[in-house]
Design a protein around this ligand. Structure first.
Ligand SMILES: Nc1ncnc2c1ncn2[C@@H]1O[C@H](COP(=O)(O)OP(=O)(O)OP(=O)(O)O)[C@@H](O)[C@H]1O
Length: 291
């Protein structure tokens, strides 16, 4: 069953189309990374999915219209926005008590286990924590909620590399159970590549790539060639070429790997490499619409 189904989503702010006809389908039990440059429309898309903003087009999340049935949806979905909002006066322990009191699907033992892996002092107020610590607290609270859909907008912003790694490990090992659906946006693509089952690129309010990681790995390839093979490699219509230590690395969509292997070392490119190849020169914010 689909967890998220969007067709022709459009959202305009004045003369700016933040979403310009987004089609996206996410099946239950998938972990989708929504990747895009600054201003591409990621947060707007997540807000539409969470019923925080109305938009045109068709949108169903867990079978509901998020704008009209937000209350019902929020019983089964939870999210972390890129701008975390926790009151500055609340202590860490009180924040846990509060969510335990108001959220029927909150598992205190899970939140405690998550917090135990951090250096968060329980008796300190949010206002006295570092930015990264506030994010850690926020993550501990949200990851302890038993939800069908978890939406994460830049969840590791401001966190150090050790905690970022730990967060994604526990997202995969402790939180993900194969049935929940996770939607995550981040600029730190390399760090989540191994976590994702699917990836979508958004640019200028449009989805420009939507693929399972399996299909992605079969579809894109990269070859590193010595200068004498560069012309032959260019003749095979690469999407992108870059130079590293005097060698050319060329990236292809649906190329014949056996042919590429005759020219140099072939490998599967990272999401970041394909992102640069597809969007690099065209990265931009929303489309301007005719007034
Ligand atoms: N409330 C708003 N009012 C006016 N314009 C907005 C509003 N929210 C977003 N936009 C515009 O819509 C476009 C998409 O913004 P959005 O925040 O969705 O991008 P993003 O991909 O999340 O960017 P980033 O990676 O920088 O957070 C941008 O051009 C932005 O300026």
């Amino acid at each position: 069953m689909s967890c998220i189904e969007a067709r022709g989503l459009r959202k305009t702010y004045g003369t700016t189309a933040a979403l310009d006809g987004v089609d996206l389908r996410v099946e239950e039990g998938r972990i989708l990374g929504l990747i895009g440059p600054n201003g591409a429309g990621k947060t707007t898309a997540l807000n539409a999915i969470l019923g925080l903003t109305p938009c045109q087009g068709e949108l169903k999340v867990l079978g509901r219209d998020p704008w009209k049935e937000r209350d019902e949806l929020m019983r089964e979905a939870c999210f972390i926005a890129d701008v975390a909002v926790l009151p500055r006066w609340i202590k860490v322990s009180q924040a846990v008590d509060y969510v335990a009191g108001v959220h029927p699907r909150f598992d205190r033992a899970k939140a405690d286990a998550f917090l135990a892996k951090t250096t968060l002092p329980r008796d300190k107020k949010v206002g006295k924590l570092s930015k990264g610590m506030v994010t850690q607290l926020h993550l501990a609270l949200v990851m302890a909620i038993d939800a069908k859909l978890l939406v994460l907008d830049e969840p590791t912003l401001g966190l150090d590399i050790l905690f970022r790694k730990q967060f994604y490990d526990s997202l995969l090992n402790d939180y993900f159970d194969g049935k929940r659906t996770i939607l995550v946006t981040t600029h730190q693509v390399e760090e989540i590549q191994h976590v994702l089952t699917d990836v979508a690129f958004i640019n200028r309010g449009r989805i420009v790539l939507d693929s399972s990681m399996e299909a992605f790995e079969g579809r894109f390839s990269e070859v590193m060639v010595m200068p004498e093979n560069a012309e032959a490699a260019r003749a095979l219509s690469p999407l992108h070429e870059r130079q590293v230590f005097g060698r050319s690395i060329l990236l292809y969509d649906n190329a014949n790997r056996t042919r590429l292997a005759e020219l140099g070392e072939v490998r599967t490119p990272s999401i970041a490499d394909v992102f640069v190849a597809l969007i690099g020169n065209d990265a931009g914010t929303a489309q301007r619409v005719a007034a």
